[in-house]
Design a protein. Structure first.
Length: 501
């Protein structure tokens, strides 16, 4: 999938049509791949500058960014530093305190020089290591792309279609391999029914909007389902898409998207029904934590322990391990307690069957214990994750300035947070002096002045949305309200702009 800001669709005729690419875009795809290959060994900042040059010379900057987003997943970036950057910063800050603070260039040089003495390296090594782990300073260590330019075009079309499906509320699929399709729907735990139509059997997959609200699990599920559908020789998919409050229809076929060599979704296996039940219920939540089944082994003395799960926080490099102690045999309990005792510098949460009676022993080993009977209460686990999340958000927010000045003329709080690599909570209470905040959209005053000139009472909502879309505004409702307009709805035929009064 691509991020939603890279989505390229046409709403011609009231539909929803992803702007797929054909072989005419092969030279541009080759340039993007070549740019990555040519910058191996250089800093990310240099790569970003080169890609910006490609954007400036292309007729669609979103297309360049889309190709680059896919290529970036094939790249390996590393921190190139003589001394670990975190250690370097700590020693420099401590040295700064020892010289009475840093207020001038001379005082800074003195602090860096003192840090170099303490670290046993040259001043240049300190300067080069200080912020070497920042994204812009990391070096492109390797670029081993699995795609040729033509294959990148195919992957782009697939990713574009998946992104368009993220906002689908209903998907109807016909396939020449219905058995594989239904199997994938079940594995993805989507709500579905099979209907008979004049053209044959159709699998109807209903999204959560019809019941509650959209969740990332369903958006991702629809996208993953496309990979299985597109593996069939012949297939067609019609989706109802929630396009900023307007329902539009999107149709895809095997002529639009192909997925050569892609396997269907694999079903995870679990050691017990308790684990499977917990994983299924946790996956239904819309949290900022990703559940990982059987993560990397942890060293426990001379042995290793593979926890049942891990929780990865979306906005930081932070992982919590999760073990479910559901067997009652003395040998099993003793083995688990022994493993937990050997773990060091690891955040571990253990759900323990109350019948085992070992909760206190687990807590004595500095791990969180959650008692359960029969099945693990997801709420109990989420409560623990929220405690960690509060500290992570606070730590991220501490590094975010009180005032922010994003480069784009129009952006969103979510986009600003993503650029900073923090959760949106960390920027919600910040000030944006150069932008006006309308809902969750940030717009420069000059753009608002241009919109006031182009919008007028009596204009159709669809025409107004086109004007807003040309300026990169996605949240039409908040921006129109901020400009003094309301929408007068006309049944199912759309709406008209009226001045608020």
């Amino acid at each position: 999938m691509l991020t939603k800001d890279l989505l390229r669709v046409s709403r011609r005729g009231g539909g929803y049509h992803p702007q797929f690419v054909d072989s005419s875009r092969r030279p541009l795809a080759a340039k993007v791949l070549g740019t990555y290959q040519g910058h191996v060994g250089e800093r990310r900042a240099a790569l970003t500058e080169a890609l910006s040059g490609l954007e400036a010379g292309a007729d669609d900057f979103k297309l360049v960014r889309g190709f680059a987003a896919l290529a970036d997943r094939e790249a390996t970036f590393e921190t190139d530093a003589a001394v670990p950057p975190e250690r370097t910063r700590r020693v420099v800050f401590e040295s700064a305190e020892s010289v009475g603070g840093v207020a001038t260039d001379g005082e800074r040089a003195a602090a860096v020089d003192a840090a170099a003495d303490r670290l046993g390296v040259d001043v240049a090594d300190v300067e080069g290591s200080l912020y070497a782990d920042r994204d812009v300073n990391q070096r492109l260590a390797a670029f081993d792309s699995r795609w040729s330019p033509d294959e990148l075009l195919s992957q782009y079309n697939l990713s574009l279609a998946q992104t368009a499906l993220f906002d689908a509320t209903e998907v109807r699929v016909r396939s020449s391999d219905p058995k594989a399709l239904v199997s994938a729907v079940k594995r993805l735990r989507l709500m579905y029914e099979i209907r008979k139509t004049a053209a044959g059997r159709e699998v109807l997959v209903t999204g959560p909007d019809a019941l509650f609200r959209r969740t990332r699990r369903y958006g991702t599920g629809f996208a993953r389902l496309l990979r299985t559908a597109a593996k069939a020789p012949e297939w067609s998919l019609t989706a109802t898409v929630d396009d900023r409050g307007t329902e539009r229809e999107m149709t895809l076929t095997n002529e639009d998207v192909s997925v050569p060599g892609v396997d269907p979704v694999a079903e995870p296996t679990y050691d017990s029904g308790v684990e499977a039940d917990f994983a299924a219920r946790f996956a239904a939540l819309n949290l900022d934590w990703d559940l990982v089944r059987e993560p990397e082994p942890l060293e426990t003395g001379y042995r290793v322990m593979i926890p049942d799960f891990a929780f990865d926080y979306e906005f930081a490099d932070f992982r919590i391990y999760f073990e479910i102690m559901g067997f009652w045999t003395p040998e099993y309990v003793e083995k688990k307690l022994s493993q937990l005792a050997e773990l060091e510098a690891v955040d571990m949460v253990v759900a323990v069957d109350e019948s085992l009676g070992v909760g206190e022993e687990i807590r004595a080993r500095d791990h969180r214990a959650i008692p359960y009977t029969g099945s693990v209460r997801v709420k109990d686990v989420v409560d623990v994750l929220r405690e960690y999340e509060t500290d992570l958000v606070a730590a991220a927010a501490a590094d975010v300035p009180d005032e922010l000045d994003p480069d784009p003329d129009v952006t969103t709080l979510e986009a600003v947070a993503a650029e900073l690599g923090v959760g949106v909570e960390a920027v919600e209470d910040r000030r944006f002096p150069a932008h006006e905040r309308l809902g969750r959209t940030l717009v420069r005053p000059a753009v608002l002045d241009e919109l006031r000139e182009e919008l007028d009472a009596g204009m159709s909502l669809s025409a107004a949305e086109s004007v807003l879309d040309s300026r990169g505004v996605d949240d039409a409702s908040a921006v129109l309200s901020g400009l003094g307009y309301r929408v007068e709805w006309e049944g199912l035929g759309g709406g008209t702009l009226r001045e608020k009064g």
